[in-house]
Design a protein around this ligand. Structure first.
Ligand code: SAH
Ligand code: SF4
Length: 342
């Protein structure tokens, strides 16, 4: 779909240019954005402060590129998983997490993922294409509409690698952050990346101070490349250099994701190696329970004893971390389990 004619892919500036071409007043642009992003009115005909002729012109020229919601599942812990169909038939998923009243949307940026991390079901199922701006924004806005509430946070931790669809992801973030559009605070937006070093360099210069999360999972090239083939393209030295630059330019603290897989990456020695690797970066580490996936029955979650030994080693090295709880595992909505299949 051509983003130019997809309402959900248009910035405020795009709307202003369009309305100038149509001989309409400039403030109409923010009116339309208010309808879509604040009032969740997704039919031009319902935008009642616009003239009937303008509504008809919009309806005839601009589409709303929402993915079609196929299914919503609710987990025992209140996590919701949404299955969407795109206009070419591709399927994607998003997750809505609810932590003590705070709602977080976990959004997909690609249909599938080309990076094939050994522990991730999305990667195991192959790659179809990048999502359009409308398909990304649409997941978020439609979840807000369906749930009838504002969602407080957006994390790009669904299907796909956001920094391989960087232009669209950053454009969506600009729109969601724009005061005249969704007005979502920069601190409430997180990109999670497997380590696309040039994309991290770009984020170091990005004008909106969003949060960055780095999927580490192993502290040396040999093991990391086995788990995450992307490490061959951007080995740790290169990756850490880009993270240092990001940290220097933005002053932001980076969160590192580390899923403990039994006997694979969970020894105390690897915890010490992780501490040494991240020295000087003031890391904050999220220790995530590995979520079992059908394609790798040999990968198991670490036992509580091994988790304790790993985290004790981190504590000994004065590394800050948090032990994450699994959420949505009963409906395959936990990290790494999104597959987009019906
Ligand atoms: N492609 C991006 C964002 C999507 S993956 C990235 O890799 O960062 C979101 C998070 O889930 C990443 O931290 C990823 O490493 C993690 N993850 C993937 N598979 C997992 C699994 N089976 N168990 C736990 N975490 C997993
Ligand atoms: Fe892609 Fe992230 Fe899954 Fe790796 S963990 S295959 S980068 S979605």
């Amino acid at each position: 779909m051509n983003d130019t004619y997809d309402a959900l892919g248009m910035s405020l500036n795009d709307w202003q240019i369009l309305f100038a071409e149509w001989g309409e007043q400039k403030f109409r642009a923010s009116q339309v954005c208010q309808w879509i992003y604040a009032k969740k009115e997704f039919a031009f005909d319902g935008m009642t402060n616009l003239s009937k002729s303008l509504r008809e012109k919009l309806g005839g020229n601009i589409v709303m590129g929402f993915p079609v919601m196929i299914r919503q599942q609710v987990s025992k812990d209140g996590t919701r998983k949404f299955l969407w169909q795109l206009n070419d038939g591709a399927m994607i998923e998003s997750v809505l997490l609810n932590h003590g009243g705070h709602k977080t949307a976990c959004i997909s940026s690609q249909a599938g993922c080309p990076l094939k991390c050994a522990f991730c079901e999305t990667g195991a199922n192959g790659f179809r294409r990048n999502l359009t701006r409308g398909e990304i924004t649409g997941q978020f806005l439609m979840m807000e509409k369906v749930n009838g509430t504002d969602i407080n946070n957006i994390v790009f931790m669904g299907m796909g690698e956001p920094l391989l669809n960087e232009d669209n992801v950053l454009a969506v973030i600009r729109s969601l952050n724009d005061k005249n559009m969704r007005n979502l605070g920069a601190r409430h937006i997180t990109i999670s990346t497997s380590g696309i070093a040039p994309g991290i360099e770009d984020l170091a210069d990005f004008e909106i101070p969003i949060r960055l999360s780095l999927s580490l999972h192993a502290p040396n090239d040999e093991l990391r490349a086995r788990l995450m083939p992307v490490n061959k393209q951007y080995p740790l030295q290169k990756l850490i250099a880009s993270l240092r630059r990001y940290r220097e330019r933005t002053g932001e603290r980076i969160t590192f994701e580390y899923a403990l897989i039994d006997g694979v990456n969970d020894s105390p020695e690897l915890a010490y190696e992780t501490a040494a690797l991240l020295d000087g970066l003031e890391p904050y580490i999220n220790i995530i329970p590995f979520n079992p996936i059908p394609s790798r029955p040999d990968f198991k979650r670490s036992s509580p004893g091994r988790v304790r030994a790993f985290t004790e080693a981190l504590s000994a090295m004065k590394i800050e971390f948090e032990l994450r709880k699994e959420r949505g595992g009963d409906i395959m909505a936990a990290c790494g389990q999104l597959a987009g299949s019906v």
